[in-house]
Design a protein around this ligand. Structure first.
Ligand code: UD1
Length: 344
């Protein structure tokens, strides 16, 4: 029988791509999402790609009764992937209580109910933000975590600790923490992708919106960093590659491929690319020029960080495969599709 997975935040950017990869790998998916940062049409996109419409529960994971009802009506859930969370760094500085309340309560509710409903495996969306500014790159999972620079980052650290403590207490679950680097791009079919609310805060959606004319200019934050070209460096990871890492993580827990109850993996390409190199890659891949101007540094930005993904490559059996050009092309195709659909 197909294993059943609960994907919280499953209509969001990474959640929707992961749902697709889970379905393609033969898993049955139940999504819960409160649609606070996504919409129902995402379900159509998923169905167009895989031919299967996931079960969808519109609801909020901060409400434990909603979750009780979900687990009762959808018995036999084997694993949970927890994407449901607030994720805008800047907003978290303005609304810290909302961020702590949302991100911590969702996690606490899910963990508490796992033993009650016999759910075995838990994948947590963590972030390279837990490392702060690295002492050296590429960074491995054993590098120390540093004080978070935003409430958003703090919630990721606290959630990691809560999961570790729960497992230490002997809870009958397994968990894998995936520390994502910078997820970008869209499904190559352009049926699903990233749909930011309002003015995008992240680089790639801002870039594609500028390229298509929604924004007059991309502001590049800082060119005086201590890096080869002076721009910040990130490890940009294709969202479909990232989605596949979740399938591997679940497989590992549900098929008892490891004796460890808690494991951590960096999910990145292992290549650091500067903001300017990314803009150039976009222009090369699409033939479209991006108007930009260099402005001052953005507060709180890390200078440079990229992953050592060796553990994920060797232990998880996962590796980033897409080229940066194909990834930029997918982001561009998605932006054009939004225009065709009259959304943006
Ligand atoms: C941030 C978070 C990360 C989170 C991710 C997705 C931190 C330190 N990082 O990553 O945890 O998972 O968002 O929400 O909290 N840039 C521009 N112009 C723009 C936008 C961005 O030049 O209009 C630059 C930034 O200065 C940065 C790079 O592009 O150097 C990437 O920025 P962004 O896409 O916002 O991601 P991060 O800040 O790396």
């Amino acid at each position: 029988m197909a294993k059943k997975i609960l994907v919280t935040g499953g209509t969001g950017f990474i959640g929707s791509h992961t749902t697709v990869e889970l379905q393609l790998a033969g898993y049955e998916v139940v999504i819960i999402d409160n649609l606070s940062n996504s919409n129902r049409e995402v379900l159509d996109g998923i169905e167009k790609i895989t031919g299967i419409r996931p079960v969808f529960v519109e609801g909020d994971c901060t409400d434990i009764n909603t979750l009780h009802k979900l687990f009762t009506e959808n018995p036999g859930i084997d694993g949970i992937i927890n994407f449901a969370a607030s994720k805008a760094v800047g907003e978290s500085v303005q609304k810290p209580i909302m961020y702590y309340r949302n991100n911590l309560n969702i996690l606490l509710n899910l963990l508490e109910l796992m033993p009650v409903y016999g759910v075995k495996g838990f994948v947590f969306s963590s972030s390279c933000t837990v490392y702060g500014e690295p002492d050296q790159n590429p960074i491995t999972e054993s590098a120390p975590t540093k004080k978070a620079t935003s409430p958003y980052g703090a919630t990721k650290q606290i959630c990691e600790d809560i999961i570790a403590d729960f497992i230490k207490s002997g809870a009958p679950i397994k968990a894998i923490l995936l520390r994502y680097f910078n997820p970008i791009g869209a499904h190559p079919s352009a049926e699903i992708g990233e749909l930011p609310n309002g003015v995008p805060q992240n680089l790639v959606p801002y870039l594609t919106q500028t390229a298509i004319g929604i924004r007059p200019m991309l502001n590049v934050f800082g060119n005086d960093y201590n890096t080869p070209d002076g721009f910040c460096i990130r490890d940009f990871i294709n969202v479909v590659d990232l989605a596949k890492a979740h399938v591997k993580a679940l497989e590992r827990m549900l098929e008892d491929k490891s004796d460890e109850a808690l494991e951590v993996f960096n999910i990145g390409t292992g290549n650091g690319l500067s903001v300017m190199q990314l803009i150039t890659a976009f222009e090369k891949a699409t033939g479209v020029k991006v108007p930009y101007k260099i402005v001052g540094r953005r507060e709180g930005d890390i200078e440079q960080i990229w992953a050592d993904p060796k553990r994920a490559n060797e232990v998880l059996g996962w590796k980033a495969e897409e080229t940066i050009e194909d990834t930029m092309l997918s982001a561009w195709k998605w932006q054009q599709r939004l225009r065709e659909r009259g959304i943006m």
